[in-house]
Design a protein. Sequence first.
Length: 319
Amino acid sequence: MEVSIEEKIKEKQNFTLLKENDMVKVSFSDNQISLKYFSRTKEQYQKVFEKIEHLENFLITIFGQDFGSFLIEENKRIKSRKIKRERIHEIDLLRGILILCMWVDHFFFVVIGIMPSLVSPFDDWLNNLYYFGLNDWWNAPWRQNIRLVGLFLFLFISGLSSVLTRSNLKRGLKVTAVAVIMSVGSFLISKYILQVSRLSEGLFFYFGAIACLGVSALIFSLFEFIFKKLLKLERTSKYIYLALGIIFTVIGVVIGTYKTQGQWIAGEDLFKNWNWLKVPIGLATTGDDWMPLFPYLGYFFFGAFAGEILYKKTKKTLI
C-alpha cells in the first residue's frame, strides 16, 4: 500500500515530489524539515529555496492550501520540541580533569604569588602552605611535565571540539573577547592596585591560555573557510590540518631551541619595538600566564585532525 505524503511526514520519512518541471526534496532532521526546490532549465536544476519556514506562500501556491498548511504546521511542531543532544563523554571527562588540575595550579599560584603581598606576617599554617606550594608543587619537576601535557590536551581538546561547534569563527571571537577583558583588567590591577612586588609586571596577562585558545580558533576558522568553502577540499581537509599541525609545532620547537623567547617584556614596554607581536609568536614573553601560538596552534590543528576522523560523521561518544 502506497504511503501518503501526510503519513510520510508524520513518520519523518524523506520524500521527493515532482510536478511538471518542478522538483521538491523534503528531508527531516532533529528539529526541522528542510525543503529544496529545483526548477528545470535545459539540462540543469536550479536550487531556489532551502528551508521550509521561508516557503509558506510557495508551498500553498504549488501544492494547494491543505498540503502547504499541513507541512508548515508539522515543521513548527517538530522545531518546538526540546532536543536533547548527546554528550561526548570522553571529551567531558578530559575537560573535567583539566579544569581540576587548573584549579589546583591556580590555587598555589595565589598562595605563593599573591598572598605574600596581601597577608603579612603569615600564620604557621599559611607559612607551611606557602613553602609546600613553592617547593613541593610549583617548582617540582613532575609538575612541569604534567603542565606540558595539560597544555597540550587543553589545545588538543579545543581543536577536537572544532568539528562539533556550529561556528568556529563565533567561538573564537567570544573567547578572544574574554581574553581582551582579562588583559585589560589584569593590567589595571597590577598597575594601580598591586604596585609593589613583582606583580606589577607578573600579574599582567597579555597572551595567556585563553588568548591562545581564542586566536587559535580564529586562525582555524580561516583555514576551514579556505579549504572547505573556497577550495572544496572537504575530504582532504583533515590531512591538511595534520600537516599544518606539524608545521606549527616545528616552528615552536625551532623558536624554543634558539631560546629567543627568553626576552622578558615588561608591561609598559609591550607596545614598543613590535613587542606586542613578538609575545604571541613566541619571540618574547611577558606575565605569568603566557602561551604563544607556536607550538600550541599546532596542537589545536592536531585536535582538529583527530576530530575529523572520530566525530565528523557520527558526532557521538566513543564510550
